[in-house]
Design a protein around this ligand. Sequence first.
Ligand code: NDP
Length: 332
Amino acid sequence: RRMSVPTTMKAVVLETTGGPEVLQFKTDYPVPSPQEGELLVRNNISGVNFIDTYFRTGLYASPKPEVLGREGAGTVVALGPNTTGFQTGDRVVWLGTGGYAEFTAVPASKTVKIPEGLTDEDVIASFLSGLTILAFTKETYPVKKGDWVLLHAAAGGAGYLMTQVLKSIGAKVIGTAGGPEKCAIVKSLGADVVIDYRSEEGKDWVKLVKEATGGQGVDVVYDSVGKDTWEGSLEAVKRKGTIIWFGNASGPIPPLPLAKLSPKALKVARPTLFTYIETREEFEYYTNELFRLLLSGELKVKIHKVYPLEDVVQCHKDLEGRKTTGKPLLKA
Ligand code: NDP
């Protein structure tokens, strides 16, 4: 059964790579048709993630023209051929591509129904980033009670959630963030040490991390800032410690000669969420865990702002300009 669906829609289209201004808001973009295994979802709300900026700038390759956006929440309005497990009218959240639009054809395998008791906003403010931080704290490095953890950009979309999850595990968290307002947010989440790495004192954050850990350094660093923090992260980690590089907010890290790891016998990981949720079983494991944390109130979300879809250029400017805390969202 197909609910009534228009033939054209509002969407943000990317024809070439470049700065935020290459994002084109259109009102007459064709509504996609769901193919085998896909659902057509009318998005109520869509998530904006830093990865969207990598596809926009060309740091990550993707075919153009392209509609950006890796996640959305809304209502199933049609099913592709041989698609099972869903009905029109289901309220769902999905991972896929093409979220900066009113309608998106999404893989049913990466879609789940939103449980009663959670709003679309709660879920989308924690979906891609929440699944990421759960996978990285359970599997990439299983964080233990008492571990010292250094987390960069701790007031950001992923950082805001990760700080809470690390504290609930019982880790000792050192969070970095840019500016007093962001630092206050990180402190309010229970971080043990908060460093404003853009302040005069905080510029020497490696020294502050060493001091906080009795000269030892941390057990694990979660570094999604990349270029600007990487060398410091290598210094701030303790002997036999782990560094997880998972993003390029300031640019990619320089090539890493593996011999550089030997003096401290370090482990380095470069994870991506999608590798941890390839099977339906893995995807449901992490989505169920996320929903449990949201429903119990253990995990709180923070929405930076809901931008109208036509303000997408400003949204990207704010995200890249380090002006957001928590999660930016788009609404068509
Ligand atoms: P954020 O909301 O965290 O935004 C990025 C933050 O990085 C900024 O707010 C800023 O915080 C900090 N930052 C530091 N240096 C710069 C810079 N030069 N330019 C811009 N920002 C800078 O984004 P997300 O929550 O969407 O993503 C966080 C990170 O996690 C990204 O690197 C992203 O790619 C990565 N990620 C990776 C995944 C994976 O599967 N590997 C999945 C999900 C996210 P401040 O001002 O406090 O420094």
